[in-house]
Design a protein around this ligand. Structure first.
Ligand code: AMP
Ligand code: MN
Ligand code: MN
Ligand code: MN
Length: 281
């Protein structure tokens, strides 16, 4: 019997649209048996998610998706099986939340200059937790009719070179990995094929990540194509890293990404849940 793992998902604690309880209910209904809640830079949803998971008999993996700056790029590192009560982790996440607050004001200011007033207040009003993300700005801009879809609004306003893009000073790679290690978690590079890095740069990131104690990379992701999966599986094998699998689900509004029901990890990968450091062992 194979177990359905989904090791990457979001709730309203960051930029998802389901409450932690609602997310766990949906995952259970979709046949997911092991779900990681990995909100951006916060663990606020974990206790509520755990309560519902216990009621339904689903295994909830406490997680977080840490924003990291590496060589002038933003990289997302998942911490899986973290202890949310770890002080070093929480101090670090609080700092990133502060960067997010500052960045949100700056995004609002720049959009205002570009002729779109009220975006800071509008995006803030759409948050349901501590985290304000570009996704909240994107939803506000779509609501206001500045674009038809989130995809379009990101492309026109919220990516490097566009009026509402502000780069944040996130955690250093070493620092982010240290918080995850101190919290007893395993570190996994999220959606490695999404960074628009050259192959050599991505190999450099993976090499450095492994040197610093990183455990694995997400081979199967909701945002990876079949070709991405094949090449990320090869990178995991040659880089001697474990392989993870997660949907990066943000809610039912995006019909392209479902909880669970992803491709299997390709043969030759070692799943992160078979690692010695995974709690079931
Ligand atoms: P932030 O961490 O605040 O910079 O926001 C990043 C988040 O924006 C990601 O986690 C995605 O949820 C979302 N995102 C990034 N690019 C896109 C896109 N092209 N279309 C829709 N959502 C996106
Ligand atoms: Mn997100
Ligand atoms: Mn991400
Ligand atoms: Mn994510």
């Amino acid at each position: 019997m194979t177990i359905e793992y989904d090791l990457h998902s979001h709730s309203v604690a960051s930029d998802g649209t389901l409450t932690p309880a609602g997310l766990v209910q949906q995952a259970h209904a979709a046949g997911v048996q092991v779900l990681a809640l990995t909100d951006h830079d916060t663990t606020d949803g974990i206790s509520a998610a755990s309560v519902t998971a216990d009621e339904l008999g689903l295994q909830l993996v406490p997680g977080v998706e840490v924003s990291v700056s590496w060589q002038s790029m933003t990289v997302h590192i998942l911490g899986l099986n973290i202890d949310p009560h770890c002080a070093a982790l929480q101090t670090g996440l609080q700092r990133l939340q502060g960067v997010r607050d500052w960045r949100a004001m700056e995004i609002g200011r720049r959009l205002d200059k570009a002729g779109i007033p009220g975006a800071f207040d509008g995006a803030s009003a759409l948050t349901r937790g501590r985290i304000v993300s570009r996704t909240h700005f994107a939803r506000f801009l779509v609501e206001q009719g500045h674009a038809q879809s989130l995809r379009e609004v990101f492309k026109r306003y919220l990516v490097p070179g566009k009026p509402g893009y502000v780069s944040g000073e996130w955690a250093g790679l070493e620092e982010g990995l240290d918080w995850i290690r101190q919290a007893g978690g395993l570190a996994v590079i999220a959606h490695p094929a999404r960074y628009r890095m050259t192959a050599s740069k991505l190999r450099r990131l993976i090499g450095e990540f492994r040197e610093l104690g990183g455990a694995g990379i997400e081979v199967v992701s909701g945002s990876h194509t079949r070709d991405n999966i094949t090449s990320m599986a090869a990178l995991a094998r040659t880089g001697n890293l474990l392989a993870s699998r997660g949907s990066d689900y943000h809610g039912p509004e995006n019909p392209w990404v479902k909880l669970g029901h992803m491709a299997e990890l390709p043969a030759g990968c070692t799943p992160v849940w078979e690692s010695e450091a995974w709690p079931a062992h």
